[in-house]
Design a protein around this ligand. Structure first.
Ligand SMILES: Cc1ncc(COP(=O)(O)O)c(C=O)c1O
Length: 473
C-alpha cells in the first residue's frame, strides 16, 4: 500500500473542503504562512501541497494576491440536448469501425482518451496477485468442475452480500458468473430474443450493445436519451405501443457514453411500463459503484417483481479490468442463461474468480472504491476545465455524476471521424460519435475518458484536440 506524504495529506484536506463546498470556486485560500501555522508544518510542506494542487488545476496563484480555488466551468458550457434518432428499427453494422478504434488504444505511447477502460495503475494488482499465488498453491484439481455454470460459489456469495448491503435480497443461486459484463449482456440478449427481433436501445448507446445486436441478427430501435435523466420514457412508451419489441437494453446508472443517471421515480416507471408490456429489460449496471454523490444509486432490478429484469455487471471498471469477471442476475431467465453460458464458453478459469472472492471477503473493496470515486470526480473537473479553456466556441459537455466518460458535442462542422484521424496522428485516441449509434448519428460528437491518472500529457492532449477541432471549422 502506497503511503501518503504530509503535503499530499494537506492537499487532500483542501480538496475535501472544496468538494464539500466549504471552499467555493474563486475564493481565496489560506496564505502559505497562515497554512503553515494552522497545520503546524514547515512553509516548504505547504508550498509542496499548493504546487500539487496548482498542477492538478484545482487552485491558482494570482500575483501579489495569493492562492484561489479555480473557477469551475460548470456554469460556462452548455449541455448537449436530448438526442433525436429516427424512429425506425435498423440493422446494425458498426463492428469494423469499433474494431479500429479499440485497436488504436493499444498503440504504445498513445493517450487513450478513446478507451473504455480506466487507468490500469489505479487497481490493487499486488493484493489480487497475492491471492492468486496463495490460492493457486493449494488449488484442488477438481475445482474446474466445481466452478461450472453458474460459477464459483464463494464469489457468488460475496456478490450477493454486496447487493444485500444495497437493500436487494438475493441468493447466490440467482447469479451467473460470466466473462465480463460483455458476455453477460450477450447471453441475456440471446436468452430473450430470436434473429430478426427488434430491440430497444438508448441513443447514444454503448457500442458493445450494437455488436451483440449485430452478432445475433437483431434490429435496433434507438430511443432519445437525456444527458442527465436517461431514456425518454414517453418515447419508449410510444415505441412499445406501436411496435413488436422483444427486449430493451438500458443503463439506468451512469449511462455510457452520456453519464446520465435516471431518477428513482423514472426507474420505477420504466419497470412498470415494461412489465405492462411483458418486455424483458437487460440492465447494464457496470458503473453503479462509481458514483460521485453521497449515496449509491440503486439498480432498476430492485423494483422488478416479475423477474423480467436481467441485470448485468462486472468488476472490470472497479477492481480488476484484466480478470474478465462479470455476472448476470437473469431473473426468470436464469436457466436459459446458465445453459447458454455452458454452450458458449463452458466455464471460467477458477483462479480469478477465487482471488476476487477472497479480496471481497477481506473488506478492502469499499476503501478502494472510495478512493477511485474521489479521483474520478476530481479528474472529471480537470478535464471539463481544460476543455472549457481550449475547445472551440459552441462545444457542449455532459456533467456525469459517476463513471469516467464525458460526452462532447462539437460545433456541427467538426466531423468526429476526421478529428479521430487527425488526433491519431498526434498519438491521441478518441471515441468518435458514430460508433455509439445504429444509425451512425452523432457525427460531431466524441466520447473522452477521464479515468486515467491526470498528468500534464493528458492536459496537453486535450489542448491539442481543441486546436485540431478548431482547425476543422
Ligand atoms: C457500459 C458498458 N457495459 C459493459 C461493458 C463491458 O464490461 P466488461 O469489460 O466487464 O466486459 C463496458 C466496458 O467498457 C461498458 O462501458
Amino acid at each position: 500500500m502506497q503511503t501518503i506524504t504530509l503535503y499530499e495529506k494537506i492537499a487532500e484536506q483542501i480538496i475535501y473542503q472544496i468538494e464539500q463546498g466549504i471552499l467555493k470556486p474563486g475564493e481565496r485560500i489560506l496564505s502559505i504562512r497562515q497554512a503553515s501555522l494552522k497545520h503546524k508544518v514547515s512553509i516548504s510542506t505547504i508550498l509542496h501541497a499548493y504546487l500539487l494542487l496548482e498542477n492538478k488545476g484545482i487552485i491558482e496563484s494570482r500575483p501579489q494576491s495569493g492562492y484561489y480555488v479555480r473557477l469551475q466551468i460548470n456554469a460556462l458550457l452548455a449541455e448537449p440536448t436530448l438526442s433525436s434518432p429516427r424512429a425506425i428499427s435498423t440493422e446494425v453494422d458498426v463492428s469494423q469501425l469499433v474494431f479500429e478504434v479499440l485497436n488504436a488504444i493499444k498503440r504504445p505511447g498513445i493517450i487513450p482518451l478513446g478507451s473504455p477502460f480506466p487507468g490500469p495503475e489505479l487497481f490493487p494488482h499486488q493484493q489480487l496477485n497475492k491471492y492468486i499465488y496463495s490460492i493457486g498453491r493449494h488449488l484442488a484439481p477438481w475445482h474446474a468442475v466445481g466452478d461450472l455454470p453458474p460459477g464459483n460459489q464463494e464469489l457468488r456469495r460475496q456478490i450477493a452480500r454486496r447487493y444485500l448491503q444495497k437493500g436487494y435480497i438475493l441468493s447466490p443461486a440467482d447469479i451467473v458468473i460470466t466473462a465480463g459484463a460483455t458476455e453477460a449482456l450477450n447471453l441475456c440478449l440471446q436468452a430473450v430474443t430470436k434473429p430478426g427481433d427488434t430491440i430497444i436501445i438508448e441513443s447514444p448507446v454503448f457500442y458493445a450493445v450494437l455488436h451483440a445486436i449485430e452478432r445475433l441478427g437483431l434490429k435496433a430501435l434507438e430511443i432519445p436519451t437525456h444527458p442527465r435523466q436517461g431514456i425518454d420514457l414517453s418515447a419508449l412508451a410510444n415505441a412499445l405501443k406501436n411496435q413488436q419489441i422483444a427486449a430493451c437494453i438500458i443503463m439506468p446508472n451512469f449511462q455510457n457514453p452520456l453519464g446520465s443517471l435516471m431518477p428513482e421515480e423514472n426507474k420505477r416507471a420504466l419497470i412498470k411500463l415494461l412489465a405492462c408490456h411483458e418486455v424483458p429489460l437487460i440492465e447494464d449496471d457496470v458503473y453503479q459503484e462509481l458514483y460521485f454523490g453521497d449515496t449509491a444509486p440503486v439498480p432498476a432490478k430492485i423494483y422488478d417483481s416479475k423477474g423480467l429484469v436481467l441485470h448485468c455487471s462486472s468488476f472490470s471498471k472497479t477492481l480488476a479490468p484484466g480478470y474478465r469477471i462479470g455476472w448476470a442476475i437473469p431473473g426468470r431467465f436464469q436457466n436459459r442463461v446458465e445453459q447458454l453460458k455452458l454452450m458458449h464458453t463452458l466455464a471460467l478459469p477458477p483462479l480469478p474468480q477465487m482471488a476476487i472472492a477472497e479480496y471481497l471477503a477481506h473488506g478492502a473493496y469499499d476503501r478502494h472504491l472510495r478512493k477511485l470515486r474521489r479521483l474520478f470526480a476530481l479528474q472529471m473537473q480537470q478535464m471539463l476545465q481544460t476543455i472549457a479553456e481550449s475547445f472551440p466556441l459552441g462545444t457542449k459537455l455532459t456533467r456525469p455524476e459517476g463513471g469516467y466518460v464525458l460526452w462532447v458535442e462539437l460545433p456541427a462542422q467538426v466531423k468526429a471521424l476526421k478529428l479521430y484521424q487527425l488526433a491519431l496522428q498526434h498519438n491521441i485516441s478518441i471515441a468518435p460519435g458514430p460508433i455509439f449509434s445504429a444509425q451512425q448519428n452523432y457525427q460531431n460528437f466524441i466520447r473522452l475518458n477521464y479515468g486515467h491518472t491526470w498528468t500534464a500529457d493528458y492536459a496537453q492532449a486535450i489542448k491539442t484536440l481543441g486546436r485540431l477541432a478548431a482547425r476543422l471549422i
